[in-house]
Write a protein that binds this ligand. Structure first.
Ligand SMILES: Cc1ncc(COP(=O)(O)O)c(C=O)c1O
Length: 453
């Protein structure tokens, strides 16, 4: 199905997107905001405003945002407490030629909440904070190599993984990323390891013994780790004198007020937080044990906007509100109801049977849908059909659910009604073999190579 075959449901979004393609290489700043990642022509591309659990697009449609600002929104859009604190801060000026005590207040708050936090540095985005963490680990150990698992942003240290072998990032980011613009001399400095495979990691550490500065990994995303896995990683890191960094940018404070490390009971040497720690205002923190962080005083890690008080105030207020409202407990409960509701709906319409198998799986706090279809192209078509049909029913997102504390009963009821109709469409299309005809857009694209076309 080509997007020219049917008039777009969101013509204003598509017209703005056409202008963007002329002026902005790649059209969007974040890959996950590209219309090719959803149902292009049907899904919203440009928003005008948001409030609570919802946003409104330039075509006048209202959506429940199941992507929660791609993970950055934790309390809900325009949270009155955070926004009021930010407005007060703005009225005092947002940055100065000198520092603000908020830097220390936020550091104290982070050190109270996050198990590994004894010292803190700041940044503005997740990828930047990961780059700082990697710099500190390299500087502290005097070694170059980084072993990684998961997604850690766009910086050279990470994309260097694809210099030696283009497939290195396939299972961590997108298949087929060409490390264009990344210096060849970084080849061999970033080595991937497979999640859950302790023996593989042990081998990699042996092979690179004395040369490895850090293991950086997402401790988990939407599935719990195998029993003892993260403790095993920590043990290996200790054995080889390697800095263990948990990248908690995506999971944020959804699992517990002390992050995933508190939830799983494994304390890394350092951790990176961004996105949800400040409810959508740009802010990131690199936290860690004193012995690993302290040498950073001698490293050149410096930027004007890291002292900006909007991010500092937003983060401090968000952390306090997350604890005061016990947001993680609320999300665990709500996610469990969403997940069981979706599974009940799938069973009710018979969409969980035979080749039409749809089911909702993953940790309650970050559930996702599985389409149990063997044939990859058909599976992609069904995933796109899901996004398309849910968008038409006012639900924006991917086949995964990023929760925030503003989502409530009305959102749950509307989403389950939308899913009932969507799963019925999926069931009927699979039975009739006419999925392609039902698609009003091209297939949602995951492959980076295809995204940049
Ligand atoms: C685990 C993880 N690390 C790093 C990043 C990069 O963060 P940012 O997009 O703020 O640079 C992301 C973004 O999704 C992420 O999920």
């Amino acid at each position: 199905m080509s997007d020219s075959a049917k008039p777009a449901r969101v013509p204003r979004s598509m017209a703005i997107y056409a202008r963007a393609k002329e002026l902005i290489p790649g059209a969007t700043q974040l890959i996950s905001r590209r219309p090719t990642r959803v149902a292009m022509g049907v899904s919203p591309v440009y928003a005008v405003r948001a409030s609570g659990s919802r946003f409104w697009d330039v075509d006048g449609f209202e959506y429940i945002d199941w992507a929660s600002g791609i993970g950055a929104i934790l309390l809900g859009y325009c949270d009155p407490v955070v926004d009021e604190a930010v407005k007060q801060q703005i009225s005092h000026g947002t940055m100065y030629s000198v520092n603000h005590e908020l830097e220390i207040e936020l550091a104290e708050e982070l050190c109270r909440s996050i198990p590994c936090a004894e010292m803190v540095r700041y940044a503005k985005c997740g990828g930047e904070a990961c780059a700082i963490a990697v710099r500190i680990a390299r500087g502290t150990t005097g070694r170059d190599k980084i072993l990684f698992c998961g997604y850690h942003g766009w910086h050279d240290w990470y994309l260097a993984a694809n210099l030696a072998q283009e497939a290195s990032l396939n299972s961590h980011l997108f298949p087929g990323i060409e490390p264009i613009g990344v210096p060849q001399s970084l080849s061999g400095t970033a080595l991937p390891f497979a999640y859950g495979d302790l023996e593989g990691l042990a081998r990699l550490l042996e092979e690179n013994h004395g040369e490895t500065a850090a293991i950086i990994m997402e401790p988990l995303r939407s599935e719990l780790p195998p029993e003892g896995y993260l403790a095993g990683v920590a043990e290996l890191a200790r054995k080889h004198g390697v800095v263990l960094i948990f990248d908690e940018v995506s999971s944020g404070l959804r699992f517990s007020t002390g992050g995933v490390q508190q939830y799983v009971g494994v304390v890394p040497d350092m951790a990176v937080f961004a996105k949800s720690i400040s409810n959508g205002y740009p802010m990131a923190a690199v936290v860690g044990k004193r012995e690993v962080m302290e040498p950073a005083a001698r490293m050149f890690i410096s930027s004007t906007y890291w002292s900006d008080t909007i991010g500092l105030r937003a983060a401090l207020t968000t952390l306090r509100e997350v604890r005061r409202r016990n947001v993680p407990a609320q999300l665990w409960q709500f996610g469990a109801r969403l997940k069981s509701g979706l599974n009940a709906v799938a069973i009710e319409v018979g969409a969980n049977e035979a080749k039409a198998a749809v089911r909702c799986v993953g940790v309650d706090v970050h559930p996702h849908l599985e389409f149990l279809i063997d044939e990859p192209r058909l599976r992609s078509q069904i995933a796109t059909l899901y996004i398309q049909e849910m968008a038409k029913r006012g639900c924006h997102g991917f086949a995964a659910f990023y929760l925030n504390a503003a989502q409530g009963e009305a959102d749950l009821a509307q989403t389950l009604d939308a899913a009932r109709e969507t799963f019925t469409v999926i069931r009927d299309c699979l039975a009739a073999g006419n999925v392609e005809q039902k698609l009003e857009c091209d297939i949602q694209q995951d492959a980076f190579r295809r995204l940049v076309r």
